[in-house]
Ligand binder design. Structure first.
Ligand SMILES: Nc1ncnc2c1ncn2[C@@H]1O[C@H](COP(=O)(O)OP(=O)(O)OP(=O)(O)O)[C@@H](O)[C@H]1O
Length: 359
């Protein structure tokens, strides 16, 4: 891919880099009084991995169905590779659907067919000859690390292996876009990691554009470049994954992040008072180099003593993202000075409440 891009003039490179594989404009779809999609606008660039995350009932499935033409929006536009598809008939949709590969939570393999037959099925439907189908299936099974299972039946495979077959099948017709609909939700954490690693490898090797629909932030964190948070049919937040992790703006994103960001220990949370106490408890969210730098040493030197209550720094998209809970003297001007120092270093600071020292 890079070699190819290298042959282009700078302005062509720019155009190729920003080419949208998917573009939704103000898409609306109602079911009775429910607005399943309430004006969704989104675009996904070539080679990008976009995570779409939301709680149950947020509108994720309806969005997917609009993307592959199974659902028609009431209004708005759905562009796939530059072509508006929302008003096309079934016949015109067929070739466009082949540009989209799909993987599912429950794999959707045909149990009476072997692994290689499952993988080759989309090509059979396209009328590709048997020898070519099997050649391509072998190539894809090699890509997903399952060459030795070509003649096996799905029942003899583990969940992770079934999903690898699902991925190989989704890639058979060389799609421009891979839609992953909760593809790891039925898998254990270790298998989930291996499937996500495989998807990232495929994205890099083939330059494949991927949309991941999920309700798990961990999935988004592992491999997505960008995330869109959907709630009640609207995109309520969108941005680089590390930014949303570092400083979530919406209540939904904050709540979806709860399980994977450090939280204030229960016993301290239970003692917090809005006003009373000798020690203020701060939540400090930091991202980028500020999190790696000697933030706490500088804080002690500049603003005075503090107590490190809890927290941690992890890496998201290669950047440090941290959440720290600190206890500092409640009195003024100490508290204001501490908050000022931290915000001056680019941190987001929230005074959660007060406790009596060493509570
Ligand atoms: N065919 C339908 N008829 C009536 N209501 C529907 C239909 N499809 C979706 N809805 C409603 O639209 C809203 C969005 O549903 P959708 O299935 O898109 O959400 P979701 O985010 O995929 O949820 P989940 O994660 O539980 O699958 C929900 O309130 C749902 O009840």
């Amino acid at each position: 891919m890079n070699q190819h891009a290298g042959a282009l003039a700078p302005e062509q490179r720019q155009a190729a880099a920003t080419e949208s594989v998917v573009r939704l404009v103000e898409v609306r779809r109602r079911f009775g009084s429910t607005a399943a999609l309430d004006g969704v606008s989104l675009s996904v660039d070539k080679g990008e991995i976009l995570g779409i995350i939301g709680r149950s009932g947020a509108g994720k499935s309806t969005l997917i169905r609009c993307l592959n033409g199974l659902e028609r929006p009431d209004s708005g536009e759905v562009h796939i590779e530059g072509r508006e598809i929302s008003r096309l008939g079934e016949k015109q949709l067929q070739p466009l659907r082949r540009r989209i590969g799909m993987i599912f939570q429950h794999f959707n393999l045909l149990s009476a067919k072997t692994v290689e037959e499952n993988v080759a099925l989309p090509l059979k439907i396209e009328g590709v000859g048997r020898a070519e189908r099997l050649r391509r299936a072998a190539e894809l099974l090699d890509l997903v690390g399952l060459s030795d299972k070509a003649k096996a039946y799905p029942a003899a495979l583990s969940g992770g292996q079934k999903q690898r077959v699902g991925i190989a099948r989704a890639l058979a017709a060389r799609p421009a876009l891979l839609l992953s609909d909760e593809a790891t939700s039925a898998l254990d954490p270790e298998t989930t990691r291996s499937i996500l690693t495989l998807l990232k490898d495929i994205n890099r090797q083939l330059g494949l554009t991927i949309i991941l629909i999920t309700h798990e932030m961990e999935v988004v964190r592992s491999i997505a470049d960008r995330v869109a948070v959907i709630d009640a049919g609207r995109i309520v937040e969108e941005g680089a994954v590390w930014q949303v992790f570092a400083d979530p703006q919406s209540e939904v994103a904050r709540s979806l992040l709860q399980g994977i960001r450090p939280q204030l220990p229960e016993e301290i949370a239970a003692k917090l008072s809005p006003t009373l106490g000798s020690e203020a408890v701060l939540r400090v969210d930091v991202a980028g180099e500020a999190a790696l730098g000697p933030l706490l040493a500088d804080l002690a030197a500049t603003a005075g003593p503090f107590r490190f209550i809890h927290g941690g720094i992890s890496r998201v998209q290669g950047r440090p993202v941290g959440t720290l809970f600190l206890g500092v003297a409640s009195g003024e001007p100490d508290l204001s000075q501490t908050v000022q120092f931290l915000t001056g270093r680019g941190a987001r600071v929230e005074v959660l409440g007060h406790v009596f020292g060493n509570d």
